[in-house]
Design a binder for this molecule. Structure first.
Ligand SMILES: Nc1ncnc2c1ncn2[C@@H]1O[C@H](COP(=O)(O)OP(=O)(O)OP(=O)(O)O)[C@@H](O)[C@H]1O
Length: 805
């Protein structure tokens, strides 16, 4: 980036021959640059008017000490330092005229020639400056464009990141919801599957039981069939036996008949024998007579009779035997008959058993067929259950694959989220870098203008509107026009807030600056303006109205929120708060518990109260002796302290000054951060300052103590502007010590801090003069470049209980 200073050609403006060579081209360049910038910003035209220290002082005194506008008085050293390049063309011409009129002892002709030569050179110089001015305006245009581009890019990146984050968050929420429903579905499916598997196992068990009972029934049936077969065999064998016995009985009956016929034959024979015996006896008798004769014959007959008796005995034995045989046969027949009867009975029993067995078999068959049908039903159920299991397996598989897909998607989304988060971090880094680059480009002093709305007790005359806002693309949101008795004064700032701008809208614009205090920068935010213009409203807000909270509570809320969110990145912060006010060049500790008594003593008997000495150490830190510094951990604690300070101020108000605006209020938050994972250390400071009202003496019409107050305020505000302009001009001596305020803020006003000034404006037509002064001052501040903000990354000093600024 090319800065105007780098483009500036070497200035070789020589003095006229008779002039001293003590003039410094450097000063001239600086003054001219200031003039050009003022002209660019639409402020007062100041071409050729030197803005050196002396002239400004003279002007300051004439305008109540703080208005640093152009002086109409000619330079007092014109006669003695006519060769100085601090003179404008008009000055030189006036001088020449004056000199020509006086006709003193000098050779005017020669001097006139020299002057003409000098004027020629000046004309060249003016042309060169015009060129330079053109190139500056072009360069500035370029810078503005690049700035706008960077800002746009920054905003676009932020919007994109926010959109992306929101989109990803919604996708993740959706995916998580899907995931949960899928997991629930999976659990349901798995429980259903479990139930199906259990019912399948039960059915399998039932099938096995049935099969087991079927087998046992089949065994029973086989056994019964075998028993039936054996019974049938027994029946057939019994039938055969019966037949055989029948045959045997028949044969025995035949034998008995035979024996009966034989017996009758034997009986007939016996009869015949008996007859023969009788015949023989007769014969015997005859024979006995024949006895003798016959004895022999008798003996013979006896012999015959014995033979016959023995024959009868054998026949009788034979008969007995036959009879025994017959009896035996008869008993055998009886036994066989009995057996036959028994067999018949057993056959009948077997038949009935067979019937029972057949019934049983039928029953068994029926049961078997029933069980078959049951088995078939069970098999069908089993097939259905198996199908179900298959379906649930498939659906479980599908669910699992879907779940895995979802998990992959979730991990992909998480990866993308992590990417987005890292991009976000990168974007955040880029944003910080761009923000710092923007600040570097703009210079580290930025000026915001805020116009408060008309108050109820103020006249609301729409015809007499003193403030308007340009609508051109370039000046929209940044320009403000002030109408003073028909004359329009145009100003441009980094941002202009119209009366309808809310506290939130204002805070959004400074939130990045507040954030950089946590990043280790020194940040200073001032509210400048006349009494009643809205400085306290801007800084503190309206008490008891949370939506109208001012920049101080909002900044602290953001700082503590960011502190919490940075914990995850390893950052730990310690913070200390101090609050003071500067009244009539005296410091008052607003957090001191015994402050009121000491201050009261001062006001009552006129003796000075506690003196707070300001010191700066070698590290560029400021120490205010005896000032109360409080370690804070939360917004609540700071809110409590702010309340305490407000009470102290109101006590002071009644005791010392009627209006709190007659003192400068300085809130300081010192931030010390350590990142244990990266060993980084940062030390930032946030100063939020509600300056005293900037009325001119003429307007305030003060006398006595009020006059003293106003003079003190003007002195410190004038010192503040002197310091800022001296820093902008990179002067060797910067008058920090000229007031308590500037001396206190020295480290934060130095080149390496970030400064933002709010210029608060009242829309009241009666305040137009004050508004114009404020706008002019702010416009000059806005044109300043006092350095590049630098991050404080050094370690902590040993005494952390001191007050740092
Ligand atoms: N932007 C705004 N919106 C609404 N009311 C406002 C706004 N700015 C200021 N006011 C009101 O204007 C009045 C004066 O404001 P404030 O006290 O903040 O001015 P000031 O410049 O701080 O004055 P002092 O220096 O006396 O404190 C208050 O009643 C305040 O509520």
């Amino acid at each position: 980036m090319v800065t105007p200073n780098q483009n500036r050609p070497p200035l070789s403006l020589s003095s006229p021959p008779s002039c001293s060579s003590s003039s410094t081209p450097k000063k001239f360049v600086g003054d001219e640059l200031s003039v050009n910038k003022d002209r660019q910003l639409g402020g007062e035209r100041m071409v050729g008017t030197p803005i050196n220290g002396r002239a400004r002082q003279a002007f300051t005194v004439a305008n109540g000490g703080h208005d640093l506008g152009p002086s109409s008085a000619p330079p007092s050293n014109a006669g003695s330092d006519c060769g100085s390049i601090e003179f404008s063309r008009e000055d030189v011409e006036a001088l020449l005229n004056e000199k020509a009129k006086r006709k003193d002892r000098f050779n005017y002709k020669e001097r006139c020639e020299n002057m003409a030569e000098y004027i020629k050179r000046l004309k060249i110089c003016i042309r060169w400056f015009q060129d330079l001015e053109l190139s500056y305006s072009l360069e500035q245009e370029k810078l503005k464009n690049s700035l706008e581009l960077s800002q746009q890019k920054c905003v676009e990146i932020e919007i994109l990141l926010k959109l992306k984050e929101a989109e990803l968050n919604s996708i993740i929420v959706e995916m998580r919801r899907n995931c949960t429903s899928l997991q629930e579905k999976l659990i349901k499916e798995e429980s259903e599957k479990q139930a199906a598997v259990e019912s399948l196992a039960k059915e399998r068990e039932a099938k096995l039981n049935i099969e087991r009972s079927q087998t046992s029934l089949s065994d029973d049936l086989g056994r019964a069939q075998r028993e039936l077969q054996s019974a049938n065999q027994k029946i057939s064998s019994l039938n055969e036996m019966y037949k055989r016995l029948q045959d045997y009985i028949t044969s025995l009956q035949q034998y008995n008949g035979k024996l009966h016929t034989e017996l009758s034959t034997v009986e007939d024979e016996l009869k015949r024998v008996e007859k023969e015996k009788a015949t023989a006896v007769e014969n015997l008798t005859m024979l006995r007579g024949q006895l003798t004769l016959s004895q022999s014959s008798q003996e013979e007959a006896i012999k015959q009779k014995d033979a016959l008796s023995s024959e009868v005995g054998s026949l009788r034995g034979e008969l007995q035997q036959v009879r025994d045989d017959r009896d035996r046969q008869l008993s055998q027949v009886e036994t066989l008959t009995y057996e036959l009867v028994r067999l018949k009975e057993s056959t009948e029993k077997s038949c009935s058993e067979l019937g029972t067995l057949r019934i049983k078999a039928n029953e068994l068959e029926a049961r078997c067929s029933m069980q078959d049908s049951q088995i078939k039903t069970l098999q069908e159920q089993l097939a259905v259950a198996e199908k179900k299991v298959q379906v649930s397996d498939i659906s479980a598989f599908e669910t699992r694959t879907e779940f895995e897909g979802q998990q992959k998607l979730v991990s992909e989304l998480q990866r993308r989220l992590a990417d987005a988060e890292s991009k976000l971090i990168e974007g955040e880094k880029l944003r910080k870098k761009l923000h710092n680059t923007i600040l570097e480009l703009k210079g580290n002093i930025r000026v915001f203008c805020r116009v408060r709305p008309s108050l109820p007790d103020e006249p609301c005359n729409t015809d007499n509107k003193i403030i308007s806002y340009p609508t051109s693309m370039e000046a929209s949101g940044r320009g403000i026009d002030l109408n003073q008795t028909g004359q329009k004064h145009s100003f441009t700032f980094d941002k202009v807030f119209a009366p309808d701008a809310s506290q939130e809208e204002v805070f959004v614009e400074i939130s990045q600056l507040v954030q950089s205090a946590l990043d280790g920068y020194k940040v200073c935010i001032f509210a400048y303006g006349q009494t009643g213009s809205g400085k306290t409203y801007t800084m503190m807000g309206r008490p008891g109205q949370p939506e109208e909270k001012g920049l101080i509570p909002r900044s602290l809320q953001q700082i503590f929120e960011t502190k919490e969110s940075l914990k995850s990145q390893g950052w730990k912060y310690e913070m200390q708060v101090s609050m003071l006010e500067i009244y009539n060049e005296t410091i008052r500790d607003l957090l001191s518990t015994n402050r009121s008594s000491s201050d009261a003593a001062r006001t009552e008997n006129g003796t000075p109260g506690k003196q707070y000495a300001i010191k700066h150490d070698a590290n560029g830190n400021t120490i205010v002796s005896d000032l109360t510094v409080v370690d804070v951990q939360s917004v609540k604690e700071v809110a409590f302290l702010l309340n305490q300070a407000a009470n102290s101020r109101s006590v002071g108000k009644t005791q010392m000054n009627e209006q709190s605006s007659r003192s400068h209020f300085v809130f300081t938050l010192r931030i010390y951060g350590v990142n244990e994972s990266t060993d980084q250390q940062v030390q930032g400071i946030l100063n939020l300052i509600d300056l005293a009202g900037s009325e001119r003496l003429s307007k305030s019409g003060s006398t006595g103590d009020r006059l003293k107050e106003t003079q003190a305020i003007n002195k410190s505000l004038s010192s503040l502007s002197d310091v800022i302009f001296a820093l902008a001009k990179k002067e060797d001596h910067v008058p920090f010590r000229n007031s308590k305020l500037t001396y206190l803020l020295q480290p934060c006003l130095g080149g390496d801090s970030k400064i933002l000034m709010f210029v608060n404006i009242s829309p009241d037509p009666s305040s137009v003069g004050e508004s114009l002064c404020s706008l002019r001052f702010a416009s000059r501040v806005n044109a300043c470049e006092i350095g590049t903000p630098r991050r404080q990354t050094n370690g902590r000093t040993s005494d952390s209980r001191l007050s740092y600024f």
